[in-house]
Write a protein that binds this ligand. Structure first.
Ligand SMILES: Cc1cc2nc3c(=O)[nH]c(=O)nc-3n(C[C@H](O)[C@H](O)[C@H](O)COP(=O)(O)OP(=O)(O)OC[C@H]3O[C@@H](n4cnc5c(N)ncnc54)[C@H](O)[C@@H]3O)c2cc1C
Length: 385
């Protein structure tokens, strides 16, 4: 009888955690490692919340994976008797003159059977009087979407993984010569922070913004961590109109893309500017928001949510996107080590896909298949030539 493959998954964020769980479910022996723990404060999956949506423009694989993920989030909520998705609905405001992205989203949403409503400006005004819809031409509302619990769900995935026989260890993989040591395929082992060696048949590196440090030659210029500032504003006392009781998750696609998650866990009115920030070191970077971004966000709120104009800033967070040049993920084998898979490049939109991506990844590794062309590394070499 063929013995089960042993797979080491490095990184227990949204990508690695779900991959480890799906590999285990398919019968592999899996060791999951993380330097600081699932959804830790440095990780891109850290913090409280992430948006779940299907609006993604035309010609892309993400609406389909979001639709699959939506089913899987619900399945694991039932199975583990926990809530991850808060179904507030997601409102996408079209404030750009060019609405090709949104128009192109509609057929894709239909094909993926994700529910949505196309709303005119009068309909938007009637439904959400707290919002100033000036400059908004129309909107898409996805009633079955909303926001996901980020850190909490990463923990739940690892708990389930361990409960089902997976091995989790809080250890870091040494980046030292990882890529150079493996001049020949396959990779024979990794060195851990306690000086031990771990040998596996396959390795899945799902190290988010750290991937470029681990694989400088292959990913150093492919995945770029960018600083992203998040702001939480205090809502008026005793007034729930800016909480998730009365306001959906929203995105505003104009010259910039602003988005917000209202009032999760009484934490305040979360707002961010999705514009990619400067380069950021996920290990040693100081997580202090920029005053310039705060000013821009305040001006935006005063315009779009006039009653929140003078709202006090109650909390801030700094996270980083693990950004690729085209915002598509990286799902591929290492070019020189055929037992090493690289998984990352979430580029500010990866979290929601975690359960579906983990499922895809388990299939790729165990069946030795090729990833979707848009996620393969060859797209970058094609661009250079
Ligand atoms: C501010 C912000 C807002 C976002 N909003 C959304 C959103 O609304 N919707 C959405 O879908 N997505 C969103 N995203 C994107 C999404 O959160 C990320 O794409 C996703 O969480 C990436 O997960 P990951 O597992 O690839 O990386 P990570 O979560 O960073 O996980 C990588 C893990 O690897 C570990 N690690 C690193 N190096 C080593 C090593 N040497 N040895 C062992 N372990 C190591 C780290 O500790 C970490 O836990 C947002 C991201 C940010 C930062």
């Amino acid at each position: 009888m063929k013995s089960l493959p042993h797979i080491a998954v490095i990184g227990a964020g949204a990508f690695g955690g779900w991959t480890a769980l799906h590999l285990l479910k398919r019968g592999a022996r899996v060791t999951l490692l993380d330097a600081w723990g699932p959804g830790n404060s440095r990780a891109s999956s850290g913090g409280e919340t992430r948006i779940m949506r299907g609006t993604y423009g035309p010609d892309q694989p993400y609406t389909e994976t979001a639709a699959r993920a939506l089913k899987l989030w619900a399945k694991y909520e039932r199975r583990w008797k926990k809530q991850f998705l808060h179904r507030t609905g997601v409102l996408w405001m079209v404030s750009s003159r060019d609405d090709a992205y949104e128009r192109g989203s509609l057929d894709v949403l239909r094909e993926a059977k994700m529910k949505f409503q196309e709303l005119s400006t009068p309909e938007l005004k009637k439904r959400w009087p707290q919002i100033n819809f000036e400059d908004v031409h129309w909107g898409i509302f996805e009633p079955e979407c909303g926001y996901l619990d980020a850190r909490a769900s990463c923990h739940a995935v690892v708990d389930a993984f361990v409960g089902q026989g997976g091995v989790y260890r809080q250890l870091a993989v040494s980046p030292e010569a990882l890529e150079n040591a493996a001049t020949s395929s396959p990779l024979r082992g990794i060195t851990l922070s306690n000086s031990s060696r771990l040998k596996a048949d396959y390795y899945v590196f799902a190290c988010g913004p750290w991937l470029g440090k681990l694989f400088p030659e292959t990913l150093g210029s492919v995945i770029r961590p960018t600083k992203q500032d998040i702001f939480f504003f205090g809502t008026p006392a005793g007034d729930s109109s800016f909480t998730d009781a009365h306001l959906p998750v929203w995105g505003d696609h104009g010259n910039r893309f602003f988005y917000g998650i209202p009032g999760s866990d009484c934490r305040g009115f979360k707002v961010a500017d999705d514009t990619r920030g400067g380069a950021f070191d996920p290990t040693n970077g100081e997580r202090v928001v920029s005053q310039a971004t705060l000013k821009r966000v305040r001006e935006y709120i005063a315009f779009r949510f006039p009653a929140m104009k003078d709202a006090p800033l109650v909390e801030t967070r700094v996270c980083q996107y693990e950004q690729t040049a085209d915002s598509h993920f990286v799902v591929d084998r290492h070019p020189r080590m055929n037992n090493v898979w690289l998984l990352g490049g979430g580029s500010g939109h990866g979290f929601k896909h975690g359960p579906a991506l983990g499922e895809i990844m388990a299939g790729l590794v165990l069946k030795d298949e090729e990833a979707h062309a848009v996620w393969r590394l060859s797209r970058f070499s094609r661009r250079q030539t």
